[in-house]
Design a protein around this ligand. Structure first.
Ligand code: FMN
Length: 234
């Protein structure tokens, strides 16, 4: 396996930790360190404080606002938790780069236009899946799910659908499939970020940045203070 030299965090610490995180993410893509370098574990919690975590794909890190973007079903387990308790934590781990990034903050839905644009860029089958799958709800069998995909596929294409739309590369791609209202992006506005670089003998290099988010009157954006940074013990 290829080994990377894990670089230390700069002295003095960088002003914007998410600029560093974005550069690390780009490097992870460029060096193909893992199949999904943008995979991150996303933790949410219900109103009793019970956390739940799962992997989602980070589709953007917006600078300088400091926003991590991912897409999902708003009616899924995570979607429902984030609507009642709009706080989340995310963790990236690039094992081959010996790096970890932790982000904590406040979650809002992405602007509809951004969700529309990203949805339109997805493969036809994925768009059909977003309509057909009631993510996180029980389903009787795999066949029931495939039938739901088939039925949904027929709604959005004038041509007869193949026997298995999950592998239907021959489907007409020109048929417009609008974004379902229950599917879209979430923006995780960072209030805290930790950068972690693996060190020999567990003497890791860690630093944590914090800032405060003042909500803007529009209710969907924030006015952040500058970041304040501290090194942490490993
Ligand atoms: C590599 C990987 C990437 C994934 N990306 C996403 C994603 O971007 N959005 C999503 O909703 N689920 C994604 N999933 C599936 C989630 O982990 C999870 O199963 C699903 O969102 C339902 O989670 P929930 O029931 O907690 O809402 C991904 C899973 C893996 C392993």
């Amino acid at each position: 396996m290829r080994r990377f030299h894990a670089q230390r965090l700069a002295i003095p610490l960088p002003e914007d930790p998410l600029a560093v995180a974005k550069a690390w993410l780009s490097q992870a893509f460029a060096e193909e360190v893992q199949p999904n370098p943008n995979a991150m574990v996303l933790a949410s919690a219900d109103l009793k404080g019970q956390p739940s975590a799962r992997v989602v794909l980070c589709k953007d890190i917006i600078l300088p606002a400091g926003i991590v973007v991912f897409f999902t079903n708003y009616e899924s387990h995570k979607g429902r938790e984030l609507s009642i308790n709009p706080r989340a934590a995310a963790v990236f781990h690039w094992d081959n780069l010996h790096r970890q990034v932790r982000v904590e903050g406040v979650v809002v839905k992405s602007p509809a236009q951004e969700s529309d644009e990203y949805f339109a860029s997805r493969p036809w089958q994925s768009r059909i899946g977003a309509w057909a799958s009631q993510q996180s709800r029980p389903v009787g069998s795999r066949e029931e799910l495939v039938e739901a995909l088939r039925t949904t596929g027929k709604r959005f294409t004038p041509a007869p659908v193949g026997p298995d739309v999950t592998h239907a590369d021959d489907q007409p791609k020109h048929v417009e499939v609008p974004r379902p209202p229950h599917w879209g992006g979430f923006q995780l506005w960072a209030e805290a970020v930790e950068l972690w670089v693996e060190g020999d003998y567990r003497i890791h290099d860690r630093a944590r940045w914090v800032r405060t988010l003042a909500p803007n009157p529009d209710g969907t954006t924030f006015n952040p203070t500058p970041w304040r940074a501290q090194r942490l013990q490993p």
